[in-house]
Design a protein around this ligand. Structure first.
Ligand code: SD4
Length: 317
């Protein structure tokens, strides 16, 4: 479903949103295993859940989940089918973090369908955390990933259309905010997280957002839990939101309160009316939280094998 249509349909759900915002004193609990992802990502959550049935490991689950939108040509903000930058290049950012504090990431990667798996290979097979651009591509090829054209006809047409005005103008919730961030607790209750995106549609060539940055789009600490982000990445980067949320949880905040405080950091300092940020958090007890600046942010939860989409609370009503 197109985001525009989806947003229209979800305005009817705004009552649910305000209920969850008001009810933020009561903490949602899912125990483990559990999978939580940004936006409406049921297929990804189901793939993550299936992976948990096979290996039980949260790291495998978040990778399996992220691979679903990456390969989906209809998802215009992740991987194959992602909208290009303003010069027509599909450039990808992704990161992954496990329960031991290991992390891997790729930025500004082109021509590879599954950046999340390249990020995992960076984590597991190199002494580094982050590889970028041509170097990331060379590494991916050396690991057996295939070089492919990721620009679909639909994305190319959207770009041709955009070029008529060439206005770079992020719009709340309809600026292709479909980036997937995932958090999971595995069968042992261990935490992992992942994020993958083609970034903002029609961005400047070379622009890298929050999604490949550990601490910004994803952070996990097995003593505490994890957090992930979506939205206009520049503001997640400026406030290092996921790291902040994990630290707030370490200091006693519930996942819900930690997400709310991370949103407030942005609201207090920036002109928040112009953009959207959404955060998810999951602690080691299986308690989770979600909060956004604007209405319209939703998330997908899988527990006990059942996957459902929920509307997040938000600062703006
Ligand atoms: C970025 N955070 O590149 C990503 C975009 C996003 O849903 O989340 N879109 O800034």
């Amino acid at each position: 479903m197109q985001r525009r249509t989806f947003i229209k349909q979800t305005t009817a759900l705004s009552a649910i949103a305000s209920v969850s915002a008001k009810a933020s004193n009561t903490q949602n609990v899912a125990k483990f295993p559990v999978v939580l992802s940004t936006w409406k990502n049921e297929k990804a959550n189901n793939a993550a859940w299936e992976s948990l049935q096979k290996t039980g490991r949260a790291l495998d689950a978040v990778e399996a989940g992220a691979r679903i939108p990456e390969a989906d040509p209809n998802d215009t903000s992740v991987g194959y089918g992602g909208f290009p930058d303003r010069d027509g290049n599909v450039t990808l950012d992704a990161c992954i973090m496990d329960e031991k504090g290991n992390a891997g990431s790729v930025t500004f990667l082109q021509h590879i369908m599954h950046p999340i798996s390249v990020a995992r290979a960076v984590m597991e097979k190199t002494p580094h955390v982050m590889l970028s651009g041509e170097g990331a591509l060379q590494f991916a090829l050396s690991q057996g990933f295939k070089k492919e054209n990721l620009l679909t006809e639909t994305a190319r047409k959207a770009w041709e259309d955009w070029k008529k005005t060439s206005k770079y103008e992020p719009k709340i919730n309809i600026e292709r905010h479909d980036t997937i961030g995932l958090l999971a607790l595995g069968n042992q209750g261990e935490i992992s997280g992942a994020c993958t995106t083609s970034g903002l549609a029609f961005k400047m060539h070379g622009r890298v957002g929050d999604s490949p940055v550990i601490g910004a789009a994803v952070f996990c600490d097995d003593e505490v839990g994890g957090a992930c982000a979506t939205g206009l990445g520049e503001f997640v980067l400026k406030t290092l939101g996921s790291f902040l949320i994990v630290e707030l949880m370490r200091n006693g905040k519930t996942p819900q309160k930690a997400c709310e405080e991370a949103i407030m950091r942005i609201v207090k300092r920036y002109n928040y009316k112009e953009f959207q940020i959404g955060y998810l958090a999951l602690n080691k007890k299986g308690e989770y939280g979600a909060y956004a600046i604007q209405p319209g942010f939703n998330y997908t939860l899988t527990k006990d094998g059942v996957t459902k989409v929920y509307e997040s609370g938000s600062y703006m009503k």
